[in-house]
Design a protein around this ligand. Sequence first.
Ligand code: G
Ligand code: MN
Length: 253
Amino acid sequence: MPPSSNPQNVPPRLPAIGPLHLHYQPQVKIPNKATTAFEALCRLTDPIQGPIPTEPFIANSEQSGEIVQLGRQVLALLKNDLPALLTKYPTIRISVNTSPTELNAPDFAEHFSTWLNALPPNAAHHLTLEITETFLMQLSDAALAHLQSLRSLGIYVAIDDFGTGQSSLARLHTLPFDIIKLDKSFIHQLDQPMVHEIVRWVIAFGQRFGKTVTAEGVETQSQLDALRTMGCDVAQGFLLGKPAPLAHWLALP
Ligand code: G
Ligand code: MN
């Protein structure tokens, strides 16, 4: 996108790698609460103003195209953290949010393979790319083929914020994915009978087709209990663990 002539619309510049850091939020298997994955979430800190809210910053970076650089900084940080994480949690996956602009960048495949090749052996089996539903539905054939090739290496694809985008049921069964991340808005309204039934349907659908269903935004014990009763596989949310720096997860007994 060309830079805006309106200074009010100028997105914030991407900070140098210093203030950008990663937090990790656990995803646990619902039956035994074992940690099965961590979602890597980028966090930004301004040296003077302190923490910068992530969501508007990412939306702005997506608009300006700087999201590509941001995504690469996230991968660079993850490369440093991965060996320690896998030593402490040898069976986990780390999931990374991937933006449409990033996946469409002409050199994405090349950059990603160079990054992957510099990781410990078998790293592909410890990675998940999270892609929002709307984007996954609109993937170009080239991006789709690329995702397929990453899956053939062992990388999982998760549909992020499932249920809030533009899913076409006709298209869903043709797409390459392993995990459905049910959006937190459903989990927060589980006490409503119709929402409850939608969640039950998504879980049954996932199980029928061998997909893992992860519930996002689990905040209360009663939400977790309801999800367990419905046979949901994995939960993520403040009840199970808030996003925290690597050192926090490495220090746990
Ligand atoms: O779009 P995506 O699902 O990747 O968003 C993850 C964001 O959701 C993170 O910024 C994280 O802080 C936030 N989040 C994680 N767990 C919870 C939760 O239990 N409740 C709410 N409201 N937000 C959460
Ligand atoms: Mn996500």
